[in-house]
Design a protein around this ligand. Structure first.
Ligand SMILES: *Cc1c(COP(=O)(O)O)cnc(C)c1O
Length: 355
């Protein structure tokens, strides 16, 4: 939806900044938020004017539908600063479109472009100091929408709140990631909401992931819910497999989220002359490739970590370790992608947008 209604954005500045209290060298992911946030309410069938105001808690009725029926969606994006102190977004239109696709699936109103994109740009302009220079530094952007309508009747809410909050981030290194292939639990099902960034998708993963953690694995590789034979996603990331010199990743579907990192990696890999096959990889193929030595790499792809290499996987209690490579495609693709994001390389695909 493109809406060019000229929304007025009211700005209420914070009395002082807390930026000097933040240790930017030691940031845990997503714990600290900047001085301001954007808030935009939907009521009586219309979006109201957005407001940028100091970051603070707000009051909400206990019967609000978000608490009872989980009508809640979000996005995850990043802003980067180049060496000239300019701030850039990476393919923000993709996140905007996906946010509204999530909204539609959850019977929530679409957010106008002027609120999402222009509101975000205004907010970032105010918070420019929070985007630090240097590879690995970024400002994580969390747009989200919740149902604020009251009453515990199980029906879509009439009222919603859209917000954007910002959190300074350091490059995300989660240590060695070992995964277990799902044999019972599922992340998504045909006809379900797995292709949306609906909050409930993530809470439903916590318990199976905790079971995996208890067994010494950091993440789960999700398989299709019907047969558990096709490899689909890794944790909350899309997943790539390198067998010999070909990269494989599953096609997007109702069960697989259409990740911006995933599609950028496919484009970049093809540009670099790497063969990419977009098709489901079977668990049996993976096991065979691990056994005959043709399985070279597995990595997750998503905005937070960009690319997260996986060191080994377990299936039916058998652990398969991946080779340690000097020249990994994961690293090569990560460097290419981050160089575009930080404006160190030419942006040949026109992916970056200046604030
Ligand atoms: C957000 C998300 C991804 C990654 O999407 P990006 O746009 O690359 O950040 C992948 N899988 C799931 C389930 C997600 O929620």
């Amino acid at each position: 939806m493109t809406d060019h209604t000229p929304f007025e954005i009211d700005i209420v500045k914070a009395k002082s900044s807390k930026i000097d209290t933040v240790d930017f060298e030691n940031l845990a992911f997503g714990n600290i938020f900047t001085d301001h946030m954007l808030v935009c309410d939907f009521k009586d069938g219309n979006w109201q004017n957005p407001v940028i105001k100091p970051y603070e808690p707000f009051l909400i009725d206990p019967s609000s539908k978000v608490f009872h029926y989980g009508q809640a969606i979000f996005e995850g994006m990043k802003a980067y600063k180049d060496e000239y102190d300019d701030v850039w977004l990476f393919r923000p239109d993709e996140n905007f479109k996906r946010f509204n696709a999530s909204a539609t699936r959850m019977a929530m109103p679409e957010v106008p472009e002027n609120v999402f994109i222009n509101g975000l740009k205004k907010l970032l302009n105010i918070e420019k100091n929070w985007v630090k220079k240097g590879l690995g530094n970024s400002l994580y952007i969390r747009p989200f929408m919740i149902a604020t309508g009251t009453g515990v009747v199980a029906a879509p809410s009439n009222n919603y709140r859209f917000m954007i909050i910002l959190s300074p981030a350091k490059s995300y290194y989660s240590g060695e990631v070992k995964v277990v292939i799902a044999e019972h639990y599922s992340r998504a099902a045909n006809g379900g909401i797995g292709a949306t960034k609906a909050a409930g998708n993530y809470s439903a993963q916590f318990y199976p992931t905790k079971l995996a953690n208890d067994q010494g694995f950091q993440q789960i590789i999700w398989t299709d819910d019907a047969t558990h034979t096709k490899l689909e996603e890794a944790g909350t990331m899309n997943v790539f497999f390198r067998i010999n010199d070909t990269l494989f990743t599953a096609p997007t579907s109702e069960r697989i989220l259409d990740g911006v990192t995933r599609k950028s990696i496919i484009t970049l890999a093809e540009h670099l002359g790497i063969k990419v096959e977009v098709r489901s990889v079977l668990v049996s193929e993976l096991i065979e490739a691990a056994k005959n030595g043709t399985l070279k790499e597995i990595f997750g792809a998503g905005t937070a970590a960009v690319i997260n290499p996986i060191v080994g996987f377990s299936y039916k209690n058998e652990y398969h370790e991946l080779p340690k490579l000097e020249q990994s495609m994961a690293l090569q693709l990560k460097q290419k992608l981050t160089n575009i994001q930080y404006k160190n390389d030419e942006d040949i695909f026109n992916w970056t947008v200046k604030i």
